[in-house]
Design a protein around this ligand. Structure first.
Ligand code: ADP
Ligand code: MG
Length: 306
């Protein structure tokens, strides 16, 4: 990129890089992060391509916030403490309004998740945002997909299906009341990674995953990794009142079970552990394999990539 464009990025991004684990931030060849003794590094990367992972008319502030939330959600699902992230930006042009507004969304996420922006890369091409997150885990603990035990109870955080409901609204398939529409759009544009919940579950939950591809698909990953069956009671799956305002119960259930992009957590806990704050019990771990539901449903599990 020409220097002037790089200066633009630098101006907006270089002030977001300070944090307790950051020894060296944006500006050198690498950032240097510090782990405490007896900690391990958890790291993950997520890429968002315009027109594939988010709509072309999405507001740049939302694109920035959402891209970080999606990546931070993987830290939440591991129970990791956020320590820093890098952002690789591919931009079709150096549009100052776009970069400024996008950086505000990034800044909001930096502060929300205490996830400083310690570096990145900037190139020209079709609009693509890759966010690599780094977090710290104790040497002896992590929330894995494996570990669910027969007899454990299955929980989800928050409400499910809201992002799918928002997409139905954006596609003109549903016309919710204005308050409900606003709530659903907020859930789609501004998902909140459950970082605090993940950290609270560390050492308690026997397994966890974040719901990016839909409950059935993601619970299926726990079932496969743990060698168990996840049995879900459809009537217990939590719906927001906004989603519940949809007249057709089959559509609502379909979005809640197989709609992606909610970024809530699905987790298993031994029966004696109290329900974590903000979570709902939706089922039980049994002997067997795969995900079972207690109603006849005829839709496929989860969003398949490509
Ligand atoms: P290099 O040639 O070593 O890859 P760059 O010129 O790409 O260096 O980047 C210079 C500095 O600016 C590096 O510290 C890099 O991490 C940072 N940087 C570049 N692009 C971004 C971005 N989109 N967000 C945050 N930091 C960035
Ligand atoms: Mg570079």
């Amino acid at each position: 990129m020409p220097t002037s464009e790089f200066d633009l990025i630098y101006r907006y991004f270089s002030s977001l890089g300070a944090g307790p684990a950051v020894d060296l931030s944006v500006g050198d060849d690498c950032a240097i992060l510090r782990l405490e003794p007896n900690e391990r590094l958890a790291t993950s990367v997520d890429t968002m391509v315009e027109g594939v992972h988010f709509p072309e008319d999405m507001f740049p502030e939302d694109i920035g916030f959402r891209a970080v939330s999606v990546a931070a959600s993987d830290l939440a699902a591991m129970g990791a403490r956020p320590i820093g992230m890098t952002v690789a930006l591919t931009l079709p042009e150096a549009d100052e309004f776009w970069i400024n507004t996008f950086s505000q969304g990034i800044a909001q996420a930096v502060s929300e998740y205490r996830l400083p922006l310690v570096g990145g890369d900037t190139t020209r091409g079709p609009l693509t945002i890759s966010v690599q997150v780094m977090g710290a885990l104790p040497a002896d603990k992590a929330l894995l997909r494996e570990g669910a035990q027969v007899g454990d109870l299955v929980y989800v955080s928050g409400t499910l299906g809201d992002a799918a409901g928002a997409l139905a609204f954006l596609n003109g398939e549903w016309h919710p009341e204005p308050d409900a529409a606003e709530f659903l759009l907020q859930r789609f544009h501004r998902p909140r990674a459950r970082v605090e919940l993940g950290r609270e579950l560390l050492g308690k939950a026997t397994s966890a995953i974040d719901i990016s591809d839909g409950l059935l698909a993601d619970a299926g990953h726990i079932a496969a990794a743990s060698g168990v069956s996840i049995d879900i009671e459809c009537g217990r799956v939590p719906l927001s009142s906004a989603l519940n305002s949809h007249p057709d119960s089959e559509s609502k259930l379909k979005w809640a079970l197989s709609g992606g992009d909610d970024y809530e957590l699905c987790l298993t806990l031994p029966e004696e552990v109290p329900t974590p704050e903000g979570c709902t019990r939706i089922g039980r771990v049994t002997k067997g394999q795969g995900v079972k539901v207690d109603q006849d449903i005829d839709f496929t599990a989860g969003y398949q990539h490509f």
